[in-house]
Design a protein around this ligand. Structure first.
Ligand code: IMP
Length: 429
């Protein structure tokens, strides 16, 4: 049962979209298992550049099914917008399926995301404002509306919506003193979503189980990253889902034995968007230079990303949480020309040196990075397609990361397009 999970090893934005697109030609389906339209996966190939928030990143490969699993929260407007754009650009979307068990991001979730963030003031999480957190809250609070409810608006969706909206409108008007939403408008929207999405709605857990039973290869597409995981990230500065590999079993309805490999995607440095501690953050001019060279601005929100050196303590933690069997190192080319490059190998906190990623967020915020400095390389790695094209010093940097994280690097990405990739060893046989 060959399922291969592609997981963000840091705080998201590691380049998972590119890696999924690179690998998707070798599988039968790419399945998203968590997150929502907060994700922004960029794919660059011979068909152009695509920014995908809801649609799985293998969509450009003809014959490869794209599946949005039950663990995803679906913004139907965003999804339909992406499907229309893909259709216009000649990409076949008839193979795109959405789980009937997936929850919908409703207009009140988006509004509440904004109102809650404002109310948090200085402790704002810095969410993407897409309604993802409030949608997951309703899912666990058993007040959510599911994609399958769109297929039975009068019998199923309307009564659930009436109940939920009465509660949400009380919250919106009485606590946040904002304007109530109209049930009529929401029902109209749902009717439109239902008409357009119906051909794509399925019991996707069965589809995925059938593929695995037939020994078809399936890529499990993670969104966000392990350090944003609701359980394993720097709580409360996290997203509301489980981007780590455990989320794949729950978010698709598959057993752990179905997962043959867990690939952790890491940038050759670190980035983070929004609040929360980041021990190896670069708050100096070099950090600004790195941000500009790499154009580190959010795909979903356009916000500048915080940048830092590669944090091997956090990466090793990520490897352990996910049982990673291989690593992918992206954006190595961005470090070309730096006089030296640093790797965080430990933290100094309360007079002690630690090499574990603390669960206590205020302790993590006090951690001072201990760096190992490596010589930079002047010869470019950009667009390299084989290890032999990499300067020796770049390769020693990669080897050191491999050693510190405790897992082999299987792919090195040297640019945004599909071709700018070094496959050190095959992830999918
Ligand atoms: P939310 O997922 O919109 O609730 O945002 C919670 C936190 O996760 C914020 O710090 C966001 O910036 C971060 N976040 C959510 N999705 C992504 C992503 O796809 N890439 C990077 N950061 C993300």
């Amino acid at each position: 049962m060959p399922g291969y999970a592609v997981i963000g090893g840091q705080w998201g934005d590691e380049g998972k979209g590119k890696i999924i697109d690179f690998l998707a030609g070798r599988v039968d389906a790419v399945v998203r298992y968590g997150g929502g339209s907060n994700a922004g996966h960029t794919v660059v190939n011979d068909k152009g550049t695509f920014q995908l928030h809801m649609v799985p990143s293998g969509i450009c490969w003809p014959g490869v099914a794209g599946i949005i699993g039950n663990g995803v929260v679906v913004d139907a407007d965003v999804l339909l917008g992406e499907l229309s754009e893909l259709d216009t650009r000649g990409i076949d979307t008839s193979n795109l399926f959405v789980s009937e068990r997936a929850h919908l991001i409703m207009p009140y979730h988006v509004l509440l995301d904004e109102l809650e963030e404002k109310a948090r003031g200085d402790s704002a999480i810095g969410t993407t404002g897409r309604g993802v957190g409030p949608a997951y809250v309703d899912k666990t609070g058993r007040m959510g509306i599911r994609v399958g409810d769109l297929l039975d608006i009068e019998g199923s969706l309307r009564p659930r919506l009436e109940q939920a909206l009465a509660f949400k409108n009380a919250l919106i008007t009485k606590i946040y003193e904002a304007e109530a939403l109209s049930i009529r408008d929401i029902l109209d929207k749902c009717a439109e979503w239902a008409a357009r999405l119906a051909p794509h709605i399925q019991a996707t857990e069965q589809t995925v189980q059938d593929l695995l039973a037939q020994d078809k290869a399936v890529l499990l597409e993670g969104a966000q990253g392990t350090l944003l995981d609701i359980d394993h990230g720097s709580y409360p500065y996290v997203t509301s889902s489980s981007p780590s590999v455990g989320g794949a079993c729950i978010g698709l309805g598959i057993p752990p034995q179905a997962i043959a490999g867990v690939v952790g995607v890491f940038k050759a440095y670190s980035t983070r968007v929004g609040g929360g501690p980041m021990p190896s953050e670069m708050l100096d001019a070099m950090g600004d230079e790195l941000r500009e060279t790499a154009h580190e601005y959010g795909t979903t929100t356009g916000r500048p990303r915080r940048v830092g050196w590669f944090d091997a303590v956090a990466a090793k933690y990520s490897r352990l949480v996910n049982g990673m069997t291989g690593l992918v190192l992206t954006r190595l080319d961005i470090l070309d020309g730096f006089p030296s490059v640093k790797v965080c190998v430990g933290y100094r906190v309360n007079g002690q040196v630690i090499d574990r990623f603390p669960s206590n967020t205020s302790l993590l915020a006090q951690c001072q990075p201990i760096y190992e400095e490596h010589p930079g390389w002047s010869q470019p790695t950009a667009s390299a397609t084989s290890v032999s094209q990499l300067p020796e010093k770049a390769m020693s940097y990669v080897n050191r990361i491999e050693e510190l994280v405790g897992c082999p690097v299987q792919i090195i990405s040297t640019g945004p397009s599909r071709e700018e990739t070094i496959e050190v060893s095959r992830i999918i046989p």
